[in-house]
Design a protein around this ligand. Structure first.
Ligand SMILES: *[C@@H]1O[C@H](CO)[C@@H](O)[C@H](O)[C@H]1NC(C)=O
Ligand SMILES: *[C@@H]1O[C@H](CO)[C@@H](O)[C@H](O)[C@H]1NC(C)=O
Ligand SMILES: *[C@@H]1O[C@H](CO)[C@@H](O)[C@H](O)[C@H]1NC(C)=O
Ligand SMILES: *[C@@H]1O[C@H](CO)[C@@H](O)[C@H](O)[C@H]1NC(C)=O
Length: 386
């Protein structure tokens, strides 16, 4: 039923420059193979890590052996036989580089292979967290030394899914680790959550030493959509492996529930979300509906529904976002491949974190920070038979 609606909508909206999309082709592998055809070069940077995660998720969902082999070989070639990760510096502390640990854990676990080199590599990343510079309250610095005493929502996605999945595989009874994972979320909630809008600001400075820090909470002034997207997905991913008997589980579930509410309330009529989400910015000159967060929110809802973590009533919110993605953000190329549009290149707290800064960052074509979450979303659409 829904596929038919989509097909009609797509044909109706197809302009002369767009090839008619093939509604029987799954979007997950379609986007994934469009990316592999361009040639990807995996390194430990999180953008390549998530593109390969997207390829792997698409391949697994659609049982596509060629794509699965592509992702598997790429991850394997970055981890040497002795477990060393090429290009990774164990003394450089940036949460972004921890994300790659999820690719390693996936291929350690998948197919029951449990390769030793992956275990060694994952342990090295895990051990680094034990040495990580922390805020006085125990939060991981986003990056040392530049972002001393700062936590960003982005960092929760980069490091804590890995931390939680690793713990679930190798140290399931390590209560200290589960407490610590929960603490990372608690600190973000304490400093960044707005209990009226249910949204969260981009990050906070615990010592309030940065130019943008709120004098009371230390928070940065604006709600940047991609940071919230990372955080929403991280809540779902961490809850997937978090022990239900631990008090942190109910806390995290509560954070997810309130954020799911805040996101629904802030969804634009188009189905997407504004780059800067907090009042009074939606609709303001320079602000726009941005694609990476739109994909992340849709993914978080759909995966959350599948896992029973969020209310199934949010399906319509996710589907509205999905329709926008395949009508507007997916670009149908003449050679049959897909491109991905509408993703902002970056949003950082290194400057003044002003509205002018965020809206001044350009958009990029085929940016993995949007295309990968689109692949994730497509797999959930396909798993749910939507
Ligand atoms: C759509 O894709 C499927 C599978 O790739 C193929 O069998 C079919 O012929 C395609 N249909 C059109 C109209 O291109
Ligand atoms: C348990 O987790 C804590 C916190 O991350 C860590 O310091 C400790 O080494 C872990 N214990 C074991 C036995 O792995
Ligand atoms: C929290 O959100 C409400 C509703 O959007 C807004 O009026 C208020 O200014 C926000 N508070 C802060 C500190 O941003
Ligand atoms: C298909 O077309 C797009 C847009 O022109 C281009 O970027 C891409 O490299 C092409 N892919 C192949 C496999 O030719």
């Amino acid at each position: 039923m829904h596929i038919q609606t989509l097909t009609l909508a797509l044909f109706a909206s197809a302009t002369s420059t767009l090839a008619a999309p093939n509604a029987t082709k799954p979007y997950s592998t379609w986007m994934a193979s469009s990316f592999t055809q361009k040639g990807q070069s995996l390194n430990i940077h999180y953008v390549q890590a998530i593109i390969h995660e997207g390829i792997q998720k698409a391949a697994t969902t659609q049982k596509d052996a060629t794509l699965l082999s592509y992702a598997s070989k790429a991850v394997s070639s970055l981890v040497k036989a002795d477990g060393t990760i090429t290009g990774w510096d164990p003394l450089y502390y940036t949460l972004d580089d921890v994300r790659f640990g999820n690719n390693i854990l996936h291929f350690w676990n998948a197919g029951g292979r449990k390769e030793k080199k992956y275990e060694i590599a994952a342990k090295a990343l895990r051990d680094q967290l034990n040495r990580w510079p922390r805020t006085p309250k125990g939060g991981f610095w986003h990056r040392a030394p530049v972002y001393k005493n700062q936590m960003w929502l982005d960092g929760i996605y980069m490091a804590d899914t890995f931390y939680a999945t690793y713990t679930s595989y190798f140290e399931p009874n390590n209560v200290t680790a589960w407490n610590d994972i929960s603490l990372q979320f608690e600190l973000i909630e304490e400093h960044c959550r707005n209990h009226t809008s249910n949204l969260l600001q981009h990050g906070y400075s615990e010592d309030k030493s940065t130019v943008w820090a709120d004098p009371v909470t230390g928070a940065s002034p604006l709600v940047w959509n991609r940071a919230v997207g990372w955080y929403f997905v991280a809540l779902v991913e961490v809850l997937e492996v978090f022990p239900k008997s631990h008090p942190g589980y109910a806390k995290l579930k509560g954070y997810l529930t309130t954020l799911a509410d805040g996101l629904k309330k802030s969804q634009d009529a188009s189905g997407g979300w504004w780059l800067i989400m907090n009042e009074p910015y939606p609709g303001m000159k320079g602000n726009y509906i941005e694609s990476s967060a739109t994909a992340m929110f849709a993914y978080g809802y759909l995966k959350g529904i599948r896992l029973g973590l969020v209310d199934a009533a949010y399906k319509s919110t996710a589907l509205k976002a999905w329709d926008l993605m395949i009508d507007e953000f997916v670009q149908y190329e003449k050679n049959g491949t897909l491109s991905w549009t509408g993703t902002v290149e970056v949003g950082s707290l290194k400057g003044d974190a002003s509205y002018e800064y965020y809206i001044g960052v350009p958009l990029a074509l085929n940016d993995g920070k949007g295309a990968a979450p689109f692949m994730y979303t497509a797999t959930e659409i396909e798993l749910a038979g939507l």
